[in-house]
Design a binder for this molecule. Structure first.
Ligand code: X8Z
Ligand code: ZN
Length: 612
C-alpha cells in the first residue's frame, strides 16, 4: 500500500509509478544490468533511493487522488489517469529492480524492504510503451462508472448511498428486486474494460516474475502464496459451521415473513432480501431475525437520530474512543479537510475511505455519512485507519503500512466491537434503565452475527472470483455465471432473476470496480475478535465477552499503540504477538464470542433441513 488513501482505489494506488521512459529491464534472476551488479551494497543504496522517491511521489499522488475522489470531473479524471500511469511506471521500475536481488544474500531489513518493493502494486503494468496509460485509463473509467452511477427509482434519480439505506428498510420483494436489478445494470458496461484490464495486469505480473495478479496479491502475507491460501481455508473451516447455522435460522425467519413462494426453505436465499445490496451485512434484518419471544433491544439508529446526532458529532464520538485509550486528538486539519457528507452539487466517490496525504499528519476521512448504526460503525472503522497511519509515521517510508492489510482493516472494527450497551450509557446515548438484561444477550449477539458472520463467505467469494479470473480458471465468457456459482456455493444465495453474460454483476460492488483486494476484510473479521478478546483479557474483564468495553483503559491503549507503531517493520506475526501474545491468526476468538448464540441457533434449527 503506498499511496495514501487507505482503501486505496485502483486509481490512486494501483498504479503509482513513474519515469516510464527510463525504466530498466528487469532481470528477476539477479543478474547484473545497466545499474551494475546486484550486491548487498547496491541493494542498500537502491532501497534508500526508492524510499525517497516514493515518499516524494506519494504526497503528490495523494493530493491528485483526493481531488478526484471529492470532485469527479473530466479534468480530475485526466489528472488522476496521468498521476496513476506515472505512479505505476515508477513502481514497476522499482519492483523490477527489486527482483534483481531475489537470490542475493541481504541483511534482514534490506531484504524486507526489497520484498515489499516487489509487491508494491495492486495492478502492475507491463513495461512496454503505453501499457501503463492504457491500464490507468481503464481503471479510472471503471471507478468513475461505479461512483457516478445512479438509477431511476420511483420517479427520481437515486444514488447508491440512498439505495443502500433503502435496501435495509424496504421489505416489499418486488421493490427490492427492482432496486437490486437496476443497480446491477450500472455495472454491465464494465465488462469489456474489466476483461482488457485483466489481460494487461497479468502481463505486468508475469513481467515481475509472478504467475498472475492473484498470486501477487496472495504473496503479500510474509509466506508463500499457496500457504496463505491454505491459511484462509483453515480459518473458514473454523467459522463455516457458524455461517451454516445462521443461514438456516435466517432463511426460516424470512420464510415466516415472505412464505414458501419467495423463500423456499430448501433453496439458496434470494440475494435482494438480505437487507443489503450485496448481501454482505444482514444486520438491518434484525426486526425480522430477532429471536422470537426476546424483548426488543435498543436500536442504535434511533438513539442517534433522537439525540439529533450530526455527521461531525458521529465522528467526534468515534475520535473520543481513541483519545480515551491515550491516542492524541486528530489534528485541526482533519476537521478542515475531511469530507463527511455527500456534496449536493458534484459527483464524488462516496465509498468511505481514510487518507494520510503527507504520510505524517495530514489525515482525512471521506465518507458520505448518514445518521444510522452502520455509518456509526463505519466512522469508527475509518478512524482506525487514521490512528494507525499516525502511529507508524516514525517508521521508514516502506514500513508506514499495516502489519498486513487485514490489520489495517481490523483496527477500527476492533474499537467498534467495544460499542456495548454499557459504553453507550457512558457516553449518554442510552439511559441506564435501557440497558438490556442478560436475557437479551441472544438478541445482542444475533445483531452482531448478522453483521459479522454473514460477511465471511461474501468476502471469500469476492477474491475467490478474482483469483480464478486472474489465473484463467474463469474466462470472460463465464464471468457472471462463475460469480453466481461462487455466491451460491459459499453464501447460499441466488439472484432474484435470471442473469446472463450481458451483465457484469461483480462490478456492482465497489472493490471490484475500483480494484481493491478483498481478502483483507476476511482476515480483519477474524483478527478483530482476536484483538478484542486480548484487550478484554488485559483489562481483566470477567463477564460475557460481548459485554466488555475497554473504553478509557490507558493500559490496553498503550499496548495497542505498541502494535500500531510497528507498522510493517516486522513480519505480521510479531505485531500480532505484541498485542495478543499469539503468532497465529485464529477463528477461535470469534467462535468463543458467538458460542452462546451458536447453541441457541442449533436448538432453534433442530428439525429444520439446513443447507442449500
Ligand atoms: O470498504 C470498506 C470500508 C473502507 S476500507 C468502508 N469495508 C468493506 C466494504 O464496505 O465492503 C468495510 C467492511 C467491508
Ligand atoms: Zn477500511
Amino acid at each position: 500500500m503506498f499511496a495514501k488513501p487507505l482503501l486505496r482505489t485502483a486509481t490512486s494506488w494501483i498504479a503509482i509509478a513513474a519515469l516510464a521512459a527510463c525504466a530498466t529491464t528487469s532481470s528477476p534472476t539477479g543478474a547484473s544490468n545497466a545499474n551494475g551488479p546486484a550486491t548487498a551494497q547496491s541493494a542498500a543504496a537502491f532501497v534508500q533511493s526508492a524510499e525517497e522517491e516514493l515518499l516524494r511521489r506519494s504526497e503528490y499522488e495523494g493530493r491528485v487522488a483526493w481531488v478526484y475522489n471529492t470532485n469527479i470531473t473530466f479534468d480530475t479524471e485526466w489528472l488522476l489517469q496521468r498521476a496513476d500511469a506515472e505512479g505505476t511506471e515508477a513502481r514497476v521500475r522499482l519492483a523490477s529492480e527489486a527482483g534483481r536481488y531475489a537470490n542475493v544474500e541481504l541483511p534482514a531489513d534490506t531484504r524486507r524492504k526489497v520484498d515489499l518493493l516487489r509487491l508494491s502494486l495492486v495492478l502492475p503494468a507491463p513495461q512496454r510503451e503505453g501499457a501503463a496509460s492504457e491500464l490507468s485509463e481503464i481503471t479510472t473509467r471503471l471507478a468513475s462508472t461505479y461512483s457516478t452511477g445512479r438509477i431511476e427509482y420511483q420517479g427520481r434519480q437515486v444514488t447508491l448511498d440512498e439505495l443502500e439505506t433503502l435496501m435495509g428498510t424496504e421489505r416489499n420483494p418486488a421493490r427490492l428486486e427492482e432496486m437490486w436489478t437496476k443497480w446491477h445494470a450500472v455495472a454491465a458496461p464494465m465488462r469489456d474494460d474489466y476483461t482488457r484490464m485483466v489481460e494487461i495486469a497479468n502481463e505486468g505480473a508475469r513481467d515481475l516474475g509472478f504467475d498472475n495478479v492473484g498470486q501477487m496479491w496472495l504473496s503479500n502475507y510474509d509466506m508463500p502464496a499457496a500457504d496463505m491460501e491454505a491459511e484462509v481455508e483453515r480459518l473458514w473451516g473454523q467459522l463455516q459451521p457458524f455461517y451454516e447455522q445462521l443461514h438456516c435460522y435466517v432463511r426460516a425467519r424470512l420464510n415466516d415473513r415472505y412464505g414458501d413462494a419467495v423463500v423456499p426453505e430448501d433453496q439458496p436465499i434470494r440475494a435482494d432480501l438480505l437487507g443489503n445490496m450485496w448481501a454482505q451485512d444482514w444486520s438491518t434484518l434484525m426486526p425480522i431475525a430477532r429471536p422470537p419471544g426476546a424483548r426488543a433491544t435498543y436500536d442504535t439508529t434511533q438513539l442517534l437520530t433522537r439525540a439529533h446526532y450530526t455527521p461531525v458529532q458521529m465522528t467526534e464520538t468515534a475520535e473520543r474512543f481513541y483519545t480515551s485509550l491515550g491516542f492524541p486528538e486528530l489534528p485541526d486539519t482533519f476537521w478542515e479537510r475531511s469530507l463527511l457528507t455527500r456534496p449536493r452539487d458534484r459527483d464524488v466517490v462516496c465509498h468511505a475511505s481514510a487518507w494520510d496525504i503527507d504520510n505524517v499528519d495530514d489525515l482525512r476521512v471521506k465518507q458520505c455519512i448518514q445518521i444510522n448504526a452502520e455509518h456509526f460503525q463505519t466512522i469508527h472503522h475509518e478512524l482506525g485507519h487514521n490512528f494507525y497511519q499516525r502511529a507508524y509515521n516514525q517508521q521508514p517510508y516502506l514500513y508506514r503500512n499495516g502489519a498486513h492489510d487485514g490489520f489495517h482493516e481490523a483496527i477500527g472494527d476492533f474499537v467498534a466491537l467495544n460499542i456495548t450497551p454499557e459504553y453507550l450509557t457512558e457516553i449518554g446515548l442510552l439511559r441506564r434503565n435501557q440497558i438490556p438484561s442478560a436475557s437479551s444477550d441472544v438478541s445482542l449477539l444475533m445483531e452482531r452475527a448478522l453483521e459479522k458472520i454473514s460477511f465471511l463467505p461474501f468476502a471469500l467469494t469476492m477474491d475467490q472470483w478474482r483469483w480464478q479470473v486472474f489465473d484463467g480458471r474463469i474466462t470472460p465468457d463465464r464471468y457472471n455465471a462463475a460469480w453466481w456459482e461462487l455466491r451460491e456455493r459459499y453464501q447460499g444465495i441466488r439472484p432474484p432473476n435470471a442473469r446472463d453474460e450481458t451483465m457484469f454483476d461483480p462490478g456492482a460492488k465497489y472493490h471490484i470496480a475500483a480494484n481493491v483486494p478483498y481478502l483483507r476484510y476476511f482476515l480483519s473479521y477474524v483478527l478483530q475478535f482476536q484483538f478484542y478478546e486480548a484487550a478484554c483479557r488485559q483489562a481483566g474483564w470477567e463477564g460475557p465477552l460481548h459485554r466488555c468495553t475497554v473504553y478509557g483503559n490507558r493500559e490496553v491503549g498503550e499496548r495497542f499503540a505498541r502494535m500500531l507503531e510497528m507498522g510493517a517493520s516486522h513480519p505480521w506475526p510479531d505485531a500480532l504477538e505484541a498485542f495478543t501474545g499469539t503468532r497465529q491468526m485464529d477463528g477461535g476468538a470469534m467462535a468463543r464470542y458467538f458460542q452462546p448464540l451458536m447453541s441457541y441457533m442449533q436448538e432453534e434449527n433442530r428439525g429444520r433441513t439446513c443447507g442449500w
